[in-house]
Design a protein around this ligand. Structure first.
Ligand SMILES: [Zn+2]
Length: 802
């Protein structure tokens, strides 16, 4: 793929921009100084007009075609300090990328915000630039906006100066350090914020829209302050900017974005007020810690090219856990790493043609598809954890400190990191990591009882497993460190079950996680899972219950909706959770520890599936139209139970959904609305698809998947999708459109659904942004149907043997 950095190396941009949210325009003058390598210079410039280009003040020849601005250099100019002035006019988008518009309601009025999302390659939609991570430069940003009372303008750096002219205010920001275009950011709009100073003197301000509660930012401030201290202490190079702002944006495509010094978030990923549940606090903490670790890994040191995106994401996805574990050890946050991230990586990485962590990029549209959460984030994080544990934290961070010192303000490739770590490791980190990162997959290991001798082959769900594989496994352990699974003999497995109590949590989790994965292949019969899960009715650990629940969820595919067998299965689940749920009770008690809170909410979610009407009735009686009066930890279950028992509550929920600004309650309401199987409600729900005046574009995907999970709405939701695909694609943007084929494949159960998937998606396989997700999706469906065919009888048998 052609790189524009090969034509010109920018050193400094001076951006004099005028941004007008009313006219939906952005434009002005971009001055660039840098070193020319060729006689022709190319800039990325998407969806804009370029009116004039000057070189050293004299008009230059240029053309703008296919999103490329090409400028001819006069041969007489010295090439090492070329100075361009580019005059252009562009547009503010409405699809959450580039410079875009976002809105929220406050006191009966619609407030409009301008925000940016430049990762991965959308800075080019806001101004002409060399939009590649390797093209680091210093940015001097000046923004003029129409004067509006109460509005603030934020960017990566603090403001140096403001001036007023012709009804416009001009904000001049301090120059940034040398950095990549995708990290530049600005936000214009009405927000409220609170500032705290951490122990190292960094000022952190968290902003939210005016319609959020005053205490919405306190938790995020606390986590940010302490995360930055933690990273300062461990990474050697102190946080290099004067301030750290965090902003919750009412419209946001991803979860959050690590713009240097101005981190932006989806509201639900930053807001945690006094009513927030433990689950929300944890996810906010992880998200904040993740983005702030990027201030080093990603912002200070950046991958040379997108093929090494994992350098950013794998690192941040493990560091978030170390930081939160340091700040709130009582959260036992790593348990979530094993039950969510590790499991998600193992599941996805078991498909033959899944992407590798390090992935070549041949086409710009492919950049957006690199962000496979199970691979680049979860698998990468799991591999990093393996390295950290093998090296030990002190040696690992010693290597990291060298790495930051050597490469700060510049770009790297993966080997730079491995070389830095190798200096401190007593094994070859580079060799081991290349084996895991450059190709997809992981081994399933069969071993002797003492683990002294073993054999390995690649573990696959969608293809036959054969032949030996050669992943460098330094030592086989039964904790959750290594990226492999163990195929124990029946005897080994039974022995471990007998001694289950004596094992550590990670060993217990591995035993169940591995078994769950093996059951998706011919190595373990799914029927054997039924007696297995019954053994856990007395279990106290929420983490173990999470995996048991995953196994229960996995078994659902064997039962047709509404069938006798399904009823039997639900009876079994009711029996399984009864005792435990009686023990922990339905409502939060004063002395509940973290484990109990998690356990209760995990069990209650099962209760809904099992249709335990007695308990659902009890829960629904705790409903209060003033949601703040409901026990927050079980609010989601209460709302769902009320909808189950009394479908006519629908209109109340929808009305509340439209007016409430607390992001957590909003999602709980949306999910409860979609649970209803009442025909009138289903119809109303389907009508919400595409209605962005009710369900914001950022949440349309959630609406769809909530409906897709409801057997009564599933096919109709899909049919809507097929008829409105263009609109969906426009709303989703190319970065998240592949979520649709990826998620849908995951929930296909029947030949009929498989055909519907195939008919609709296979013609789209030529589109780079969708190709991989569809390809894996088709294979996943095939594997799923094959599994149902092969194991259904034995699951039914096991179910009857009670
Ligand atoms: Zn990230």
């Amino acid at each position: 793929m052609e790189r524009f950095l090969d034509y010109f190396e920018p050193e400094k941009y001076v951006l004099d921009l005028t941004v007008d949210k009313h006219k939906k325009t952005i434009g002005g003058r971009v001055s660039v100084v840098g070193k020319a390598i060729q006689d022709k210079i190319k800039f990325h410039a998407v969806n804009m007009d370029v009116t004039e280009v000057l070189i050293h003040g004299k008009p230059a020849k240029f053309s703008l075609k296919d999103d490329v601005l090409e400028i001819e250099l006069d041969k007489n100019y010295p090439k090492d300090a070329v100075n361009f002035h580019i005059y252009y006019s562009g547009h503010l988008n409405e699809n959450m990328q580039g410079a875009y518009l976002s809105t929220y309601e406050y006191e009966g009025k619609t407030e409009t915000i301008v925000a940016t999302q430049f990762e991965s390659h959308y800075a080019r939609e806001a101004f002409p630039c060399i939009d590649e991570p390797g093209a680091k430069a210093v940015f001097h940003l000046n923004i003029s906006v129409p004067k509006e009372e109460g509005e603030i303008v934020l960017s990566n750096m603090p403001i140096v100066n403001t001036s007023e002219e012709d009804g416009k205010i001009r904000y001049q920001f301090y120059a940034t350090p040398k950095m990549s275009t995708y990290l530049l950011a600005f936000v214009i709009g009405k927000f409220k914020g609170k500032t705290v100073k951490n122990a190292h003197g960094v000022e952190i301000t968290t902003y939210v829209a005016l319609n959020q509660e005053d205490d919405a930012v306190d938790f995020a401030n606390e986590i940010a302050a302490k995360s930055l201290e933690f990273y300062d202490d461990n990474f050697g190079v102190p946080y290099p900017l004067a301030k750290c702002d965090q902003v919750a944006l009412p419209d946001f495509e991803a979860g959050a974005m690590e713009n240097w010094g101005l981190v932006t978030y989806r509201e639900s990923m930053l807001v945690a007020g006094k009513n927030a549940t433990l689950g929300t606090k944890k996810s906010v903490a992880l998200t904040v810690a993740h983005e702030l670790s990027h201030q080093w890994f990603g912002d200070l040191v950046t991958m040379q090219w997108w093929d090494d995106l994992w350098l950013n994401e794998s690192f941040a996805s493990v560091m978030e856990y170390y930081a939160v574990d340091f700040i709130h050890p009582e959260y036992k946050i790593f348990e979530g790493f094993f039950t969510n991230d590790a499991l998600s990586a193992l599941k996805r990485d078991a498909y033959k043609d899944v992407q590798s962590v390090h992935q070549d990029v041949k086409n710009p549209a492919e950049i957006a598809t690199l962000f496979d959460p199970s691979i680049v984030y979860s698998k990468g994080a799991r591999l990093m954890l393996m390295v950290i544990r093998m090296m030990g934290w002190d040696k690992f961070t010693a290597g990291i400190r060298d790495y930051f010192e050597e490469y700060k303000y510049s770009n790297t490739i993966g080997d730079n990191l491995w070389d830095a770590l190798n200096k401190y490791a007593d094994f070859d980190v580079k060799k081991m990591m290349h084996a895991f990162i450059d190709k997809p997959g992981y081994p399933v290991i069969e071993s002797s009882d003492d683990f002294k001798t073993y054999s390995q082959m690649r573990f696959l769900i969608d293809a036959p497993m054969k032949g030996e594989s050669d992943w460098p496994i330094v030592k086989v352990t039964e904790d959750m460190s290594g990226h492999y699974i163990l195929n124990l003999t029946e005897r080994q497995f039974e022995e471990r079950l007998d001694e289950f109590e004596g094992f550590g949590l990670e060993e217990k989790l591995r035993l169940l996680i591995d078994r769950h994965l093996l059951s998706k292949t011919e190595l373990v019969d799914s029927g054997s899972l039924i007696p297995l899960i019954k053994k856990f009715n007395d279990e106290n650990s929420a983490a173990i219950w999470n995996i048991v629940i995953t196994i229960i969820g996995g078994l659902k595919i064997f039962f047709d909706d509404g069938s006798d067998a399904e009823r039997n299965y639900k009876d079994m689940i009711r029996l399984l959770i009864d005792k435990k749920l009686d023990e922990v009770g339905l409502v939060t008690r004063e002395n509940d520890d973290e484990n109990t809170l998690r356990l209760r909410s995990a069990l209650l979610a099962l209760d809904y599936y099992a249709e335990d009407t007695k308990r659902l009735d009890k829960l629904s009686k705790m409903y209060n139209a003033d949601f703040e009066k409901i026990d927050a930890e079980i609010r989601e279950d209460v709302l769902a139970a009320k909808m189950y028992m009394e479908p006519s509550i629908y209109d109340d929920y929808l009305e509340a959904y439209k007016t409430i600004s607390d992001p957590e309650i909003k999602y709980e309401l949306l999910s409860s609305l979609c649970l209803s199987r009442d025909e009138i409600n289903v119809q109303k729900n389907l009508e919400l698809l595409g209605r962005i005046d009710v369900v914001k574009p950022q949440d349309q995907f959630y609406l769809f998947i909530y409906l897709f999970r409801n057997p009564v709405a599933k096919m109709r939701a899909f049919s809507w999708l097929t008829k409105n695909w263009e609109k969906v694609a426009e709303l989703a943007g190319d970065k998240s459109l592949d979520n649709y084929p990826r998620y849908i494949a995951n929930t296909i159960r029947t030949e009929e659904e498989a055909k519907m998937y195939h008919d609709f998606f296979s013609p789209k396989q030529g589109e780079a942004a969708l190709a991989r997700a569809i390809e894996i999706g088709e294979k996943e469906i095939k594997a799923q149907l094959k599994l149902i065919e092969e194991d259904q009888a034995s699951v039914m048998n096991a179910l009857h043997q009670r």
